[in-house]
Design a protein. Structure first.
Length: 312
């Protein structure tokens, strides 16, 4: 049963994030309502009272005003959800070594504590960089700093090596800081991949020892489970982006493949902040799911090679 723990975790996490991301567009503030709110459009009626012989201005709540206020309140809720998810992404990145230690069934070692510090410092440095550096993007006009939601979207592209290229630093100083962020991320990824490979290998070895099945059969089962889990993760991506954010099924499917394999391309990229945060989480989960599939396939090839050598 332990062989399916990673798949259950990835699928459940992706489904939860998909439901959270769906709340963004449903509570968003449209441009007309935001403009009216910023300009302070309220209806003022002048009423004349003969007893006082003066004009009194009375602000009344019209249906249009009520609509703007309701939209503004919904926008506040949406912004709070997006900010909370962005903070959750930062915490999840910092606590990832604890998760790896849990999957190993061990307490956090000195190496794990060092990895956790390395990742958390990377997250902090990344957020500060995104807040201080000017960026340019096809999603907004001019050059500006990134919001917290846009920051985790940008950092997720770096840590997964996806690199859509839709958000880039606008000047040489920013490019230098982002280069440091990228090199730092490569070290984190190398450490994480080695630990995941070690976890999967140890669990498969223990599973083979505890059962009467041969290694090839176990690896086949592991590969089927990994492929099924990855299929479900990709299906959630397609469902959220097509049903909630209006992408076509073809675009969503193509994007799920190039994102989970970290190829990138950047042909289809999310424009709404809510979609960007969802994609930021999904990049991590999709890439981890794909690593699980590749690891299982490599394990199967190794088991077949060992069997052939034994038969000879």
């Amino acid at each position: 049963m332990k062989l399916f723990a990673m798949n259950r975790f990835l699928v459940c996490t992706t489904l939860t994030l998909g439901l959270a991301a769906a709340s963004g567009p449903l509570t968003g503030l449209d441009n007309d309502a935001a403009l009216a709110l910023l300009q302070g459009h309220v209806s003022v009626h002048h009423m004349s009272f003969e007893s006082n012989s003066s004009n009194t201005s009375v602000v009344t709540a019209t249906p249009n005003n009520m609509h703007v206020v309701a939209k503004a309140s919904a926008h506040d809720v949406s912004s709070l959800v997006e900010t909370s998810l962005a903070v959750l992404w930062c915490l999840m990145m910092g606590l990832s070594p604890f998760l790896l230690a849990y999957l190993k069934g061990e307490t956090l070692s000195q190496r794990g504590r060092a990895s956790s510090s390395l990742v958390m410092c990377w997250v902090i440095f990344g957020v500060i960089t995104c807040k201080c550096v000017l960026f340019k993007s096809s999603h907004f006009e001019g050059n500006r700093n990134l919001t917290l939601g846009e920051s985790v979207y940008f950092m997720s592209q770096i840590i997964t090596t996806t690199g859509y290229g839709d958000v880039i630093p606008a000047n040489h100083a920013g490019q230098a800081l982002v280069a440091i962020l990228v090199m730092w991320a490569v070290l984190i990824v190398a450490d994480a991949v080695s630990q995941v490979a070690s976890i999967m290998g140890d669990r498969l070895d223990r599973a083979v020892e505890c059962t009467s099945k041969d290694p090839v059969s176990m690896q086949k089962t592991h590969l089927l489970a990994a492929v099924y889990g990855h299929f479900v993760v990709c299906a959630i991506w397609v469902a959220v982006l097509s049903l909630v954010y209006g992408w076509t099924v073809e675009a969503s499917l193509f994007s799920s493949v190039v994102t989970s394999t970290t190829v990138g391309f950047g042909l289809y990229t999310p424009e709404q902040t809510g979609a960007q945060i969802f994609v930021a989480f999904w990049m991590l989960i999709g890439a981890a799911s794909m690593v699980n599939v590749v690891s299982a396939f490599g394990g199967l090839m190794k088991a077949l090679t060992d069997k052939c050598e034994t038969d000879q």
